[in-house]
Ligand binder design. Structure first.
Ligand code: TPP
Ligand code: MG
Length: 704
């Protein structure tokens, strides 16, 4: 059921304000905040016209609902995932106009991003305003994770999370995933939808069936659904926001506030709404202006005199002008800092701090076993570490565990984790990959250590936006103020026979292309244990790729190397030394390269082939490659992923660039054909690189 809040009639408004605890002073403060927001937008628009800033998007028409949202929340206690129109919300939470102007000019001292993000991409760690991206809708799943994280860490503090967007962004899948999950987990999130009737030029009836989001959402179990019929009316906005905050704070579940507001200034400075909005529509919107309405109410009720309003406006204008002058004089970001804050400044996973010796004990175990053992030891060590994903728990219905053995992942790599650490720390998720990564992001932002599983690499794509546009760029775009050190474990690869196109693909190169993300791909049990521990203890987001075929091989087993064994990132392993030819590879091809080398060496006396296992793909060990190529002067780069535009192309290009004079032969690549993996084993065998392909290429190169 949706509850609608309508605007109180003239005579009842003062009474309503009193009932809401809004004394004249609070009302005047709200007015000041709304005015500051609008006048700042006006100033920025002027600056854009003068070409002194490079982008402008305004919060005009949304000020009433945003100030209301800010006033019912507790800055520094609650958390916020605002969107680009939320200037008035952020001012209410305590951001200063100067902070905003510094972002508009792109100054080095822009506290939100150091000149890296467009204006209106708010971020303020002190006030728990989480750095936003430009992607519409991605913030919601993160907000749900954040709320779950806050409840985990501070169960008695009744913190809430406010996540907002326009009505257009609610068409994104992530919005629905987040509503779904917030209801499942009773997460204390207010979904604040500021509905101005348009998403750039697309009207709401083309975006939302029936034209009303709150009507659609009225039946989600646990979701308090409130509609503010006039979100430009401060009092009804405040009333709805107060009710929503109370509901979430009491732990009753999530709330949706659907506020109808206006957008008097076109979508952004680059848009002209006259192209698609009639004059009448524009006039009607103008007549509903939230600031004009609120000012009239204050005057009608003698809460303020006209001359006081004029004084307030003059005061704000003077302050904004002063701040503008300061911002215009601020230094720009130093270009030489372009790479700063891509990764953690405090924990370097390539350093010797992450190079700890093995202390092996017990019988040799498979890679699956050692990953499982490492996860368990890390969970014992760090009670903030959580594991979740599809089917990763032993049994969602805990009570059944007395009768059933438990699943623990489709490859049983997380088996026993839920049983040992409980369902608060190890749990199944809905089939919603964007949410798995997005929620992990929100949890990591507040200090948890999520180690999540994507069930198959082939299904990682719904999470791509969360990985690329959110997780990998988080630290950089917030200029080091925010980070989310999430580990994403992903079974990958083929050679199992019958896995076909949706259970066999590689594709790691798509992720090694992302700045800010570490990509790891172990080939054996011991490396998997050491690298996974490094991934978990590092402070960067890590994509940890586990080859399914290697999970239970006999040849790559090892005794458990102990609870503190770590292998640094970016350190390759020479798995076989040689002087005639180098094979640079990783994952399942390591063993194939060894077999191929054996074959070639048997037939060619005097030939010895060096095989290098990169182990981590980003960063990768250039020194190891360089040393080897300078020694052997012949090189093959081999991988299971497809050939063209592949991982090998990068390595080969760098060898051609930096080691040209060391080469006695062309650089060769061995990789999958440029197609999908087929179901029939014969098809798969042809498509994926085989030992024979390596043998052939080795012979060819040695004969050069
Ligand atoms: C994922 C994604 N797709 C498209 C865009 C481009 N874009 C930016 S704002 C916007 C419209 C958003 O409309 P709405 O959510 O109603 O917010 P409003 O601007 O009306 O306040 C679009 C399509 C984007 N930023 N992100
Ligand atoms: Mg809109």
């Amino acid at each position: 059921m949706t509850t609608s809040f309508t605007t109180a009639a003239g005579s009842e408004r003062l009474e309503l304000a009193r009932t809401l605890g809004l004394e004249p002073e609070a009302l005047i403060r709200a007015f000041r905040l709304m005015q500051t927001s609008r006048l700042l937008d006006d100033r920025e628009i002027l600056l854009q016209r003068q070409k002194r800033i490079f982008f402008q998007i305004s919060g005009a028409g949304h000020e009433a609902i945003q100030v209301a949202a800010g006033l019912v929340s507790r800055p520094g206690h609650d958390w916020f995932y605002p969107y680009y129109r939320d200037r008035a919300l952020c001012l209410t939470l305590g951001m200063r106009p100067l902070d905003m102007l510094l972002q508009a000019v792109g100054a080095a001292d822009d506290p939100s991003s150091g000149g890296r993000q467009m204006p209106s991409h708010w971020s303020d760690p002190q006030r728990n305003i989480v750095a936003s991206s430009s992607a519409t809708g991605t913030q919601f799943v993160q907000a749900v994770g954040c709320a779950e994280g806050l409840r985990f860490l501070y169960p008695d503090e009744h913190r809430i999370v406010i996540a907002s967007s326009g009505e257009g962004a609610t068409s994104e899948g992530e919005f629905w995933e987040s509503i779904n999950h917030a209801c499942l987990s009773n997460a204390p999130v207010i979904f604040l939808i500021e509905d101005n009737g348009y998403a750039i030029s697309v009207p709401v009836e083309n975006q939302t069936p029936g034209g009303s989001l709150s009507k659609l959402l009225g039946n989600f179990p646990g979701l308090l659904t409130l509609e503010v019929v006039d979100g430009n009316d401060f009092l009804s906005s405040y009333r709805a926001m107060r009710a929503a905050a109370a509901y979430c704070r009491e732990g009753r579940g999530p709330a949706l506030v659907h506020a109808h507001c206006t957008r008097p200034y076109s979508h952004s400075y680059s848009d002209d709404e006259k192209f698609y909005k009639t004059r009448r529509e524009r006039e009607e919107d103008a007549a509903r202006d939230p600031i004009v309405q609120f000012q009239q109410f204050l005057l009608d009720e003698s809460i303020i005199e006209r001359h006081e309003i004029d004084r307030i406006v003059r005061e704000i204008q003077r302050e904004i002008l002063e701040d503008t002058n300061r911002a215009l004089q601020a230094a720009p970001p130093a270009p030489e800092n372009a790479l700063v804050h891509l990764y953690s400044d405090t924990a370097d996973p390539t350093s010797s701090a992450f190079d700890t010796p093995a202390d092996p004990f017990g019988d040799p175990k498979t890679m699956a076993d050692l990953i499982n053992a490492t996860l368990k030891d890390e969970m014992r060590r760090n009670d903030r570490m959580l594991v979740f994903g599809e089917d990763v728990a032993d049994c969602s219905r805990e009570g059944s565990l007395t009768e059933v053995k438990g699943k623990g992942g489709v490859f049983m790599v997380t088996k026993g984790l839920q049983t040992e650490f409980g369902s608060r720390r190890v749990f199944n998720t809905p089939i919603a990959e964007a949410s798995i990564v997005g929620r992990a992001n929100g949890m990591a932002t507040v200090g948890l250590k999520p180690v999540v599983e994507i069930q198959f690499f082939d299904y990682i794509w719904p999470a791509m936006m969360q990985i690329r546009d959110e997780l990998a760029s988080f630290r950089w775009r917030s200029n080091g103020k925010f980070s989310a050190p999430v580990v994403i474990r992903v079974p990958i690869g083929g050679y199992l026979g019958g896995g076909a196109i949706y259970h066999s693909q590689c594709g790691e190169v798509i992720f090694t292309h992302l700045p800010g993300l570490r990509v790891v791909f172990p080939s054996n049990a011991e490396d998997a244990a050491g690298l996974l521990r490094t991934a978990i203890r590092s402070e960067d987001p890590v994509l940890f790729l586990e080859h399914k075929k290697l999970y239970r091989e006999m040849y790559n087993r090892a005794p458990y190397p102990g609870p503190d064994f770590m292998i640094p990132f970016g350190k390759a392993k020479v798995v076989k030394a040689g002087t005639s030819l180098t094979v640079i590879t990783y994952g399942a091809i390591v063993q194939k390269a060894l077999l191929a080398a054996q074959d070639v060496e048997k037939r060619s006396p005097g030939v010895s082939i060096e095989v290098i296992d990169l182990r981590t793909l980003s960063p990768y060990d250039w020194e190891a490659i360089r040393c080897s190529v300078e020694k052997t002067n012949r090189v093959i780069v081999a991988h299971e992923d497809t050939l063209s535009f592949g991982y090998g192309a990068e390595i080969v290009a760098r060898i051609a660039d930096e080691l040209f004079t060391s080469l006695d032969a062309p650089v060769k690549r061995v990789a999958a054909m440029d197609t999908w993996v087929g179901y029939h084993p014969q098809l798969e065998a042809k498509i994926l690189p085989q030992t024979d392909d390596l043998v052939r290429t080795m012979d060819q190169l040695l004969a050069w």
